[in-house]
Design a protein around this ligand. Structure first.
Ligand SMILES: Cc1ncc(C[n+]2csc(CCOP(=O)(O)OP(=O)(O)O)c2C)c(N)n1
Ligand SMILES: [Mg+2]
Length: 453
């Protein structure tokens, strides 16, 4: 990226489109070129200070769409916003990129987690329709490769913090499908024992999982803090979390990444670039071409992957995790894909143009990975694939039974388990005693401290 300033015209709504044209439409899911390092130009002269940065891009296709906001009228003559999409929506589906790291058994294991993820969410939708769910349900349809393959790249000692679409990551980290189901049904045996109806639970003891925080972006500084805590105990670990293409607009996202960058903390941030933030299309959310470009401003590596390709997601996360463990700092991974349902079960996503769903349906991560394993690599015979699918269905049915049969919490139980009692949540150093020097000098009152009094 150069430092030459380009003059661009304002669009009719006061914003410039991402490709600089005078239109409210902007390109979504545009491409970027590759090469991981940032380098200084050696051209000399006026080019002397020109810095060039590159964003590696693992994708095998670069979808280009234009989304245009229009105003329509309903039958009563009421005006409402609608969106129109144009672009090459009939482009052929690209192949899965061979992984540099995954072997046959690992690839099949990721596929099984993706199947579990998909079938668990189908079961959840049914539980909701049966009136068994307290509140709403969130889905990661179309994002299973992103959740499962990224979590699969972590080791036991690494940490992670999921967001609403990462129910697959929980399965990879050892949570049972019934944990998520019971949580949504607010059952007594759920991780929060019926105190929360959605995803606000963690496990800092065994699974190194920080509970999701609903305020978008806030997990980023928290996870940076986890990495700092581990460093003070003498360890460089990877700490992974996710943020949506909408959520990354928050101020705390910037603060959290910047802190990890300057402290060289092992943050692995997966940006779930799924083209919508609630009912806002991504081109009304940010102006840069690819969100991975933001890594340049933070001074950290950024990489783009096809979020519907499990191999690409795994490889990029694996490399980011390795960097983190070597103490080389954070990485931002932009996973491009599509949110294939509404924001949550209450949202029918009728604002999304149907042709956009059709385009991404052909890129269903599960079907693509299945084809790859069965037809391309021949790592899984048709028969073994059918057996695997049947086994996953049995597991999900058994988990559903466990969840449905769990009792509701007793009214008396509401009294306990809210505040920490008798040190029940003592947080002990996990990796050793913090390696911090104890100061010997007495506290010196500074001018600033005096002033604050
Ligand atoms: C700081 C903050 N602002 C607003 C919200 C309300 N909110 C919850 S999800 C959401 C949209 C998120 O979109 P995106 O980040 O793209 O994630 P996606 O739903 O597409 O996975 C909003 C605005 C919130 N939770 N936190
Ligand atoms: Mg989004």
């Amino acid at each position: 990226m150069g430092n030459n300033k380009r003059k661009s015209k304002a669009s009719s709504n006061g914003r410039n489109s991402r490709n600089g044209s005078r239109s409210t439409a902007a390109r979504v899911g545009a491409h970027a070129s590759s090469a991981p390092e940032r380098s200084s130009s050696k051209n000399g002269g006026s080019q002397q200070n020109l810095r060039t940065y590159n964003i590696p891009d693992y994708r095998l296709e670069h979808p280009q769409f234009e989304i245009r906001q229009l105003t329509g009228k309903d039958k009563q003559g009421q005006e409402h916003v609608l969106y129109e999409v144009s672009g090459d929506l009939d482009a052929p589906v690209p192949p899965i990129r061979d992984s540099k790291y995954l072997d046959q058994q690992q690839a099949i294991e990721i596929y099984r987690y993706m199947l579990l993820n998909r079938k668990m969410e189908i079961a959840l939708e049914n539980l909701y329709k049966q009136g068994k769910v307290v509140g709403g349900v969130y889905f990661g349809l179309g994002q299973e490769a992103c959740s499962c393959a990224s979590a699969y790249a972590l080791d036991k000692d690494d940490w992670f913090a999921p967001m609403i679409r990462n129910q697959g990551s929980l399965l990879v980290r050892g949570f049972r499908a019934s944990d998520t189901m019971m949580q949504y049904m607010a059952k007594a045996d759920s991780p929060t024992k019926g105190r929360d109806g959605t995803s606000h639970f963690g496990d800092i003891e065994k699974r190194n999982m920080v509970s999701p925080i609903s305020m978008l972006g806030d997990l980023i500084p928290v996870m940076s803090g986890v990495a700092l805590g581990a460093r003070l105990q003498g360890r460089n670990i990877a700490v992974m979390t996710y943020i949506g293409d909408g959520g990354q607009s928050t101020g705390v996202t910037y603060e959290g990444i910047n802190f990890a960058a300057v402290q060289n903390l092992g943050l692995v941030l997966i940006v779930e670039s799924n083209l919508w933030a609630y009912s806002t299309p991504s081109n009304m959310q940010y102006r840069c071409k690819d969100l991975a470009e933001r890594a340049i401003g933070y001074g950290i590596p950024g990489v783009i992957v096809d979020g519907t390709d499990a191999c690409q997601v795994y490889d990029a996360t694996h490399e980011a995790v390795e960097r983190a463990r070597r103490g080389q700092g954070p990485t931002l991974i932009e996973a491009k894909m599509m949110r294939m349902k509404g924001h949550a079960i209450h949202d029918a996503a009728s604002y999304v143009p149907k042709s956009m769903f059709d385009f991404w349906k052909k890129r269903d991560p599960l079907t693509r990975f299945e084809n790859y394993l069965v037809k391309e690599k021949k790592w899984l015979s048709q028969k073994d694939n059918q057996a695997l699918i049947a086994e996953v269905e049995i597991v999900i049915e058994a988990e559903r039974e466990v969840a449905v049969n769990s009792p509701m919490p007793t009214p008396e139980s509401a009294e306990g388990g809210v505040f920490c009692e008798n040190g029940c949540h003592e947080i002990k150093p996990k990796y050793g005693i913090p390696k911090v020097k104890k100061g010997t000098a007495a506290y010196k009152e500074t001018e600033a401290a005096v002033h604050l009094k």
